[in-house]
Design a protein around this ligand. Structure first.
Ligand code: HEC
Ligand code: HEC
Ligand code: HEC
Ligand code: HEC
Ligand code: HEC
Length: 443
């Protein structure tokens, strides 16, 4: 009898935990979540920050709309293996629509509540996550009068507050910043990269760098104090990207005979990021190192990187090849030949990890990713060294030669953007850093 009672109590407790991840689809209604504009009445500054952040645009901004409606949804309707992404994309990008079971939500131009994106009341209703590893929106959301906050003992006329350590943890962010594809491959692993690196060991969570604290007010009626900023700066912020990697450059020898060969080394150090660079949407991003030599008469030569001969290296050196053929599935073009793979000067070093579709072709469709290439990104506090060899041509001028290295970054591969008509602001080139050195060429 007693065992039965205990079992019944345990069953009731288990049933009381709201569902997480895929199981949460359609278990709530939009009305369970207050709009950000309601919070704005008192949390004036935080609201203004959030409206500028990518969180507020996670459903509306153009590239998301294009990828979801023109690639993911039609693909999901044709291929049972990836059918789940039709709803699943929104578990992270329009979570209250996902919870409300609105699949697919109306297009952004229709102004539905999907447009609220990752909104205040979603994050501040998250009480924990289900399972061992945060990923694929396995957060648990319990909306209502109680708002989960970082501080104890605060009172508000509009709601109750409770201190929740989970909100201050990297695991909280990991619920949306780790993603596993339907093929069981980690296609987004910012939190996992962090957890294996030095910042996790030293107790520096994501919030320290992406929600830094500054003097201000929680709400208009509250005492000023140190407040977590809600700008969530990342790859969309040039100021955050610039200098993210340091470049240093030196020659192997300072003086070289004109019919000899010059070797320069470039060091790339990740001293600022808590994870690898690039991280997150690795399938879209491209970071590449462009090196030139300029002789004393101003003639410029482009230097391809010296290969290191590791397996799969060909995906990390810009080449004139086609890729991303699997976009043809959604577009109804089974023989789609693909587009240029990189869109950057041939021979440049690319810091990336290639994603492959089930047929082994490179893909930007993370949901259609069945395997990964070598991980040639720059880890937290890691230094990579690249070597460039230049054999001066017969007409090179003697005297000082300047070697320049520029590390560039684009959020979206240019050839993919051109094909899909993605607005130009998604493909602006950001110079992350640069360096130079000189060598004396003598006859
Ligand atoms: C009528 C004003 C008002 C409205 C509307 C309001 N809040 Fe608050 N909120 C407050 C006040 C006041 C505090 C306590 C601040 C303090 O004492 O520092 C607070 C505290 C909080 C905290 C706890 C902060 C911490 O440091 O732990 C969270 C989280 C929060 N609000 C979220 C929200 C969200 C989300 C909304 C919209 C759904 C919202 N609030 C709407 C006034 C408001
Ligand atoms: C409910 C899901 C969710 C949670 C929880 C979440 N994020 Fe995000 N985050 C997103 C989505 C979706 C985007 C992408 C927005 C876009 O570009 O479409 C994003 C974007 C970002 C960006 C901007 C990246 C860029 O490319 O500019 C940063 C930085 C970021 N998140 C940090 C965090 C941190 C730190 C936390 C934890 C405190 C966190 N996120 C929690 C879903 C989430
Ligand atoms: C991506 C999830 C996310 C979104 C969206 C979000 N917050 Fe927060 N918020 C957090 C986290 C995480 C913290 C705690 C950060 C820390 O202390 O390290 C926080 C802290 C706060 C605090 C307490 C600040 C402090 O330092 O005392 C308030 C108040 C708050 N948020 C209100 C809001 C409001 C209002 C919105 C919408 C305009 C909003 N939040 C949107 C995740 C989010
Ligand atoms: C030590 C500081 C630091 C920590 C800790 C940190 N980040 Fe970052 N993060 C950065 C910097 C700097 C950038 C900009 C350079 C870049 O894009 O990689 C960045 C970029 C990003 C981006 C955009 C990546 C891209 O290439 O599109 C996302 C998303 C992000 N961070 C999320 C997180 C999450 C989630 C965590 C915790 C698991 C975290 N960050 C921890 C410093 C940090
Ligand atoms: C587990 C959560 C999660 C799921 C599921 C998810 N995303 Fe994302 N998505 C994110 C986060 C977080 C980012 C931001 C990463 C970064 O900035 O590097 C992002 C970034 C993007 C971007 C790039 C946005 C930019 O600003 O450059 C696009 C496009 C996108 N997602 C589309 C989709 C589509 C389509 C699906 C479904 C097939 C999907 N996402 C599923 C979390 C998710």
């Amino acid at each position: 009898m007693r065992t039965l009672m205990i079992l019944m109590i345990l069953a009731a407790a288990a049933a009381a935990q709201p569902p997480a991840g895929d199981a949460a689809l359609g278990t709530r209604s939009y009305d369970d979540y207050e709009k950000a504009e309601v919070c704005a009445a008192c949390h004036v500054d935080i609201y203004q920050q959030w409206t500028q952040s990518m969180m507020a645009q996670s459903y509306t901004h153009h590239w998301d709309e294009i990828e979801y409606f023109e690639l993911a949804v039609p693909h999901a309707e044709k291929d049972a293996k990836v059918a789940g992404v039709k709803a699943g994309c929104n578990g992270c990008h329009a979570p209250i629509s996902f919870l409300a079971g609105d699949v697919p939500p109306p297009r952004p131009e229709e102004g539905s509540r999907a447009n609220e994106g990752v909104t205040c009341d979603l994050c501040h209703s998250i009480t924990g996550f289900e399972g061992d590893t945060p990923h694929n929106f396995n957060w648990i959301s319990e909306p209502g009068r109680v708002k989960q906050g970082p501080k104890p003992g605060l009172s508000s006329p509009h709601h109750d507050t409770v201190e929740n350590d989970f909100l201050k943890s990297a695991d909280f962010c990991g619920t949306c910043h780790n993603e596993m594809s339907p093929y069981g491959v980690w296609v987004k692993s910012t939190h996992l990269e962090w957890s294996e690196g030095p910042y996790a060991e030293q107790g520096v969570p994501c919030q320290d760098c992406h929600m830094p604290k500054a003097w201000g007010q929680n709400a208009t009626m509250s005492e000023p104090g140190m407040i977590a900023q809600h700008l969530f700066h990342g790859a969309h912020d040039e100021g955050k990207l610039r200098g993210a990697i340091e470049l240093r450059m030196h020659p192997v020898e300072r003086e070289v005979e004109i019919d000899g060969s010059v070797q320069v080394k470039v060091q790339l150090f990740n001293g600022k990021c808590g994870h690898k660079v690039p991280s997150g949407s690795v399938e879209d991003r491209i970071m590449w190192l462009h090196v030139t030599a300029t002789d004393s008469e101003g003639k410029q030569y482009h230097l391809p990187v010296d290969p290191k001969s590791f397996e799969g290296e060909e995906t990390t050196i810009a080449a004139d090849v086609l890729a991303y053929q699997d976009m043809g599935i959604a577009r109804g073009e089974p023989d789609f030949p693909g587009v240029q793979r990189d869109g950057v000067p041939v021979g440049d070093r690319i810091f990336r990890m290639a994603y492959f579709d089930p047929q082994g072709r490179m893909t930007i469709q993370q949901w259609n990713t069945a395997s990964l290439g070598p991980d040639y990104r720059i880890g937290p506090r890691e230094t990579k060294v690249e070597t460039f060899t230049w054999e001066p041509p017969a007409d090179a001028a003697p005297g000082p030669v300047t070697f320049s290295a520029v590390l560039n970054y684009k959020r979206l591969l240019q050839p993919v953007a051109d094909l899909l008509g993605v607005p130009a602001d998604e493909t602006e080139t950001v110079v992350i850093n640069f360096a130079s050195t000189t060598v004396e060429l003598y006859e």
